[in-house]
Every structure is written in structure tokens, then in C-alpha cells.
Design a protein around this ligand. Structure first.
Ligand code: OGA
Ligand code: MN
Length: 205
């Protein structure tokens, strides 16, 4: 299994589309600047303190259900046109990715839906695909991590199941992972401390 160290398969922001074309996944270690990571983390904490997070579900529409055995996070959706400056900064950064992947990969990525996710210690998310059985609109999954000073022994890796084998990515603050929603199965391993991220999906029309 490849280690999650910068240099071991990590790319620059401009290399995201090429890495996805090659491996179905791209990992950028310092995609978000530290001040934006801190502002987004503070925003997530404030929303959580205000009771705005809800237990995450699995599935969609009438098939949607709570499966705490499958995933143990709680989430809060980010508005499409948020008032919060940090959230606007996040969406602007992702807009660059959308333009790049559409130009290079012709994914037809159109709109982004994104939510904060908070995993309490011990919580994970079992192996899954990000596409719903009844809806193939999600083309590209993106996950941005908001954690301060994450260490390998904190656990909480995102494990991607690639054709070339499993690949673990640590949820270090500022790291962005992007992968094809239709084909890359993945899971969140439990961590020994709280784990904060933003998970998003570009949809096609
Ligand atoms: C998800 C997901 C991965 C992560 O929310 O669908 O797979 O690393 N998240 O938080
Ligand atoms: Mn997922």
C-alpha cells in the first residue's frame, strides 16, 4: 500500500485532471491555505455548537435511512451561495477544479453539492461508492480536510480501493482528494480523535 506522504502520488493543483485520467484519483496536499482551513474549521464547530448538524444517512429519497453501523458521522450542508466568507472561498477554490476537469476529462461537471462532516472518535464510514443506485448524476467526488496537526497514529485515513490496490490518504488539514464517483470504492477508517472534513460532489445535468 502506498504511504500517504507528499511526494508519494501527491500532485499540484494544476495536475488534478491528469492524475484522475491516469489513476481515477488525485491527492493535493496543500490545496487550501492554512487560514482558510482554520476559518472553515471554526465555522463547522460554530454550526455544530448551534445544533445545525444532523446524523448522516445512507441512500436517497424514500430509500434514505440512518445506518449508524455503516457511517457514524454527522453532517451539515453548505449553501450554494453562502453568506459565510470562508465557505465562499472554499467554493471558489473548487470552481477552478471544475473548470480543469471539464476541460481535460469532459465530465460535464455542473453543480457542486457539499457538506461538512464530523466523525466522533471511533466513527467511520464502511466501503461504498458515492453514486446512488437510482441517480448517476454524481461524476466527481471531492473531500477537503479541516483537521489541525493530524498524525498517522490518529487513524482516520480515507482508504481508496483502486485497480492498482488500496491507497490510504490521511485527513491532514488543507489536503484535497478528488476521485471518480462512479468507480472508486472507498471507506473512512475510524480515528482516535474527532475528524472534520467537507465532502462534495460535482453533478452533471
Ligand atoms: C463520503 C466520504 C470520505 C472522507 O462522505 O461519502 O466518503 O474522507 N467521505 O471523509
Ligand atoms: Mn464517499
Amino acid at each position: 500500500m502506498s504511504n500517504d506522504r507528499p511526494g508519494s502520488g501527491h500532485v499540484e493543483p494544476g495536475g488534478i485532471a491528469d492524475a484522475i485520467a491516469l489513476d481515477a484519483v488525485a491527492v493535493v496536499s496543500s490545496f487550501l491555505p492554512n487560514d482558510l482551513v482554520a476559518a472553515l474549521r471554526a465555522r463547522a464547530k460554530a454550526c455544530d455548537a448551534a445544533g445545525e448538524f444532523v446524523a448522516a444517512g445512507v441512500g436517497r429519497g424514500s430509500a434514505r435511512a440512518l445506518h449508524t453501523d455503516q457511517r457514524g458521522d454527522r453532517i451539515r450542508w453548505i449553501d450554494e451561495a453562502p453568506a459565510d466568507a470562508a465557505e465562499r472561498g472554499f467554493l471558489a477554490a473548487l470552481e477552478g477544479v471544475r473548470a480543469d476537469v471539464n476541460r481535460t476529462l469532459a465530465l460535464g461537471a455542473f453543480a457542486l453539492e457539499a457538506h461538512y462532516a464530523l466523525y466522533p472518535p471511533g466513527a467511520g464510514y464502511r466501503r461504498h461508492l458515492d453514486r446512488f443506485r437510482d441517480d448517476d448524476a454524481r461524476v466527481l467526488s471531492v473531500v477537503a480536510y479541516l483537521n489541525d496537526a493530524w498524525h498517522a497514529d490518529d487513524g482516520g485515513a480515507l482508504r481508496l480501493h483502486l485497480d492498482s490496490g488500496p491507497r490510504d490518504v490521511l485527513p491532514a488539514g488543507g489536503t484535497l482528494v478528488a476521485f471518480l464517483s462512479a468507480s472508486v470504492a472507498h471507506e473512512v477508517l475510524p480515528a482516535s480523535r474527532e475528524r472534520i472534513s467537507i465532502a462534495g460532489w460535482f453533478r452533471r445535468r
